[in-house]
Design a protein around this ligand. Structure first.
Ligand code: FRU
Length: 473
């Protein structure tokens, strides 16, 4: 699998479709796989939702609930779920034509279980652009129209429509904004209220591949204003939603009830640099933990924070839990983690950094083969990092092993939330101001947690370790 697609909440269910090739663990003719959840944590796999057809493979896209029945596919009493996706025609592509990507729609009247493709597809023909894909559609309450944002080369195009069937080009954004080391893919655009300010901003997410801050695939974002026609950014600087190497093509759920009000994001936990060769069998790739996005304002800038959705906390084991006492340490110090299944755990650390002479500090996850995944912070460099150079198997790719860095100023307090799963480490620092997601393939389970500090003593105010319950029956 790769990108999450068609994220929509409807009738008590979160739908998660995704780029899926059922016949191999290597990317191939794309379908939309499908899973549903009532809590964003426990998922049920459902049959494939969309199959390739004569117009092509089914590439990435989005889904909405057509509450006003603008398409006529359902009724106001029984609104349709409508998906919009990219058709990718491999035959046209091979023929040398530029016209191989177009946008189609499909609808479901039975809670996403079965889908009917619109008979007059494509609804948005290719205008002669090779990279013309990944439509994210949303209802714009201000203009009472649908808007669509999609990726076009290394920028985005915005469209509008009264009915999802006829689309009008509105504007282009991005030529002189953000990062341009590769093509832009999988954009998203949504309003989000800034915390602590009575102001709502529009947030644009745009994945880029390659050109991420630590190599390969990554997702940048912009904040600004959007009037249904044009996106005006607050500034054109690059901001990354996640500084790790394994969070790509992430987008957000539509139709979350107003009473909930969250903006919930999920990303694909891999990187096109090595996605097709990572050493897993039977399956390949998974998603990040769903994350709640918030908009904060600080020092004249709006920025996003991401934290695991609160439902995740219900998975903390009550019997396999450790509260670690306050302590100071220097050099390397093991923190006993007996009884905790580290390979399926949540680890919370709260450090004080009052001593300015600390050169570096951090956390090491280690196994009996002395493989270690290192999480560190270097105050003088204002830099946070993860190091998977010797964390496990990396021979499958020349670029997999390595250090990923992120600019970061912790202040006096450094709080690190670590979610460890069989082959991933997701880090949320200081309330999600900094996020780093990495996949990792230790040859044996990590069984030890160590802290390190160089230069001076560091105080651990508190730590909590939890085994995480299995989500599958
Ligand atoms: C991003 C992407 C999309 C495309 C899909 C194809 O990972 O390349 O742009 O729609 O994957 O699987």
């Amino acid at each position: 699998m790769n990108d999450p697609n068609g994220l929509v909440y409807s009738d008590g269910e979160y739908h998660l479709f995704y780029q899926y090739y059922p016949d191999s663990t290597v990317w191939g003719p794309m379908h939309w796989g499908h899973a549903v959840s009532t809590d964003l944590i426990h998922w049920n796999h459902l049959p494939i939702a969309l199959y390739p057809d004569s117009l092509g493979y089914i590439f990435s896209g989005s889904a909405v609930v057509d509450l006003n029945n603008t398409t006529g596919f359902g009724s106001k009493a029984q609104p349709a779920i409508v998906a919009i996706f990219t058709y990718h025609d491999p035959v046209l592509e091979k023929s040398g034509s530029n016209l191989f990507q177009s946008q189609g729609i499909a609808f479901s009247l039975d809670k996403g279980r079965t889908w009917t493709k619109y008979s007059a597809n494509p609804v948005l023909k290719n205008p002669g652009i090779r990279d013309f894909r990944d439509p994210k559609m949303f209802w714009n309450e201000n203009t009472k129209k649908w808007n669509l944002i999609m990726a076009v080369y290394d920028r985005v195009h915005i469209y509008s429509s009264p009915n999802m069937k006829e689309w009008t080009f509105e504007s282009e954004f991005g030529m002189v904004a953000g990062a341009h080391g590769g093509v832009w893919e999988c954009p998203d655009l949504f309003p989000l209220k800034a915390e602590g300010a009575e102001i709502t901003k529009w947030v644009m997410l745009v994945s880029i591949n390659p050109g991420g801050p630590n190599g390969g695939s990554a997702t940048q974002y912009f904040t600004g204003e959007f009037d249904g026609h044009r996106f005006i950014p607050d500034n054109t600087s690059v901001k990354w939603i996640d500084w790790g190497r394994d969070n790509y093509a992430g987008v957000t759920w539509s139709n979350i009830p107003g009473s909930d009000g969250r903006r919930i994001f999920i990303g694909w936990m891999s990187n096109w640099q090595y996605a097709n060769v990572v050493p897993t069998a039977v399956w390949r790739s998974s998603n990040t933990i769903p994350r709640e996005l918030s908009l904060k304002y600080q020092e004249g800038q709006y920025f996003l924070t991401s934290i695991p959705v609160r439902e995740f906390a219900d998975l903390r084991s009550k019997s396999e839990a450790l509260i670690i006492k306050p302590q100071s340490f220097s050099g390397e110090k093991e923190i006993p983690s007996d009884g905790i299944s580290l390979m399926q755990s949540e680890l919370l650390f709260d450090f004080s950094l009052s001593d300015a002479s600390v050169d570096s500090l951090g956390i090491i996850l280690e196994n009996i083969n002395k493989e270690r995944f290192i999480i560190g912070y270097v105050p003088a460099l204002k830099q946070f990092y993860t190091d998977r150079r010797a964390a496990g198997n990396s021979g499958f790719s020349k670029v997999f092993a390595g250090i990923s860095t992120a600019p970061f100023i912790a202040g006096n307090e450094l709080k690190i939330q670590v979610l460890v799963d069989a082959s991933s480490v997701e880090l949320f620092v200081n309330g999600g101001k900094l996020v780093m997601t990495s996949i990792v393939f230790p040859t044996e389970k990590y069984t030890r947690v160590k802290l390190f500090s160089n230069g001076a003593e560091v105080t651990l105010n508190k730590a909590e370790f939890y085994s995480i319950e299995r989500i599958w029956p």
